[in-house]
Design a protein around this ligand. Structure first.
Ligand SMILES: [Zn+2]
Length: 246
């Protein structure tokens, strides 16, 4: 594990500036348990909501400006998975694995997109979708039953933020081919990809299967596309595994 020393850091007033579709709103150094990260906030217009702004956040480790193939996680907020550590999804575990991978690399970036609960349907609707899932629908059909698309998330803000950080290209930490393509379409240079395989359990196994079978998420090396590498961070936990996905 790479050791992080305290970086030379000074408050910079110029971190407040206008961006495409929003504003960069300042930065501060965060001392973490075993690393330092610079936390920056960005206010970005919510697509389709006029002038409404939403505050997103990044945590950068090391000097990412000008960097190529920077390990990067574009992570959508999930209160239930990250705060309550709900086993219904793998968001909290994926966020932790991302930070572990970044610490091991000694450099990296977390782009934390707020307001993207439940693949973009919001916290209240996500809880309603959980109720439908308890009645037998899978995660995709539950969102459809509530009148939402399969995935309503927007990744344009992430592209603006990565550009503002000066990151030239990323190693994207994700299993999601749709996110990879959305970021590329928004102008992000994705040079490689790394999977984040969370432990399966009796609660999340059907959710993980739906991600694999209905959203085409990568869950092993063989499913990695073309030239992109696929260094799996974690493997199924033998302790609480409910069995292989298949
Ligand atoms: Zn989640």
């Amino acid at each position: 594990m790479r050791r992080f020393s305290r970086p030379a850091y000074r408050y910079d007033r110029s971190s407040h500036r206008t961006l495409q579709g929003g504003r960069a709103g300042g930065q501060a150094l965060l001392q973490l348990q075993d690393a330092y990260a610079v936390c920056r906030v960005f206010r970005h217009h919510v697509p389709g909501r006029g002038l409404r702004l939403r505050t997103h956040c990044t945590g950068t480790y090391g000097d990412v400006s000008g960097g190529h193939d920077v390990p990067t996680r574009v992570h959508s907020e999930c209160l239930t998975g990250e705060v309550f550590r709900s086993l219904r999804c793998d968001c909290g575990e994926q966020l932790e694995m991302s930070m572990r991978a970044i610490r091991q690399a000694g450099i990296g970036c977390i782009v934390y997109l707020r307001g993207q609960e439940g693949r973009g349907i919001g916290l209240g609707n996500k809880i309603a979708a959980y109720g439908l899932q308890d009645a037998g629908l899978d995660t995709l059909d539950a969102n459809h039953a509530l009148g939402f698309p399969s995935d309503a998330r927007q990744f344009g803000a992430a592209a603006v933020i990565l550009t503002d950080l000066g990151i030239q290209s990323v190693k994207l930490l994700t299993n999601n081919p749709g996110k990879l393509e959305a970021l590329r379409a928004a102008g992000v240079a994705v040079t490689s990809r790394q999977s984040l395989i969370a432990a399966s359990n009796a609660t999340n196994i059907s959710y993980l299967r739906a991600k694999r079978d209905r959203f085409g998420h990568f869950f092993d090396k063989e499913q990695a596309p073309g030239q992109e590498t696929d260094n799996v961070v974690s493997v199924w936990s033998s302790k609480i595994s409910a069995g292989p996905l298949g």
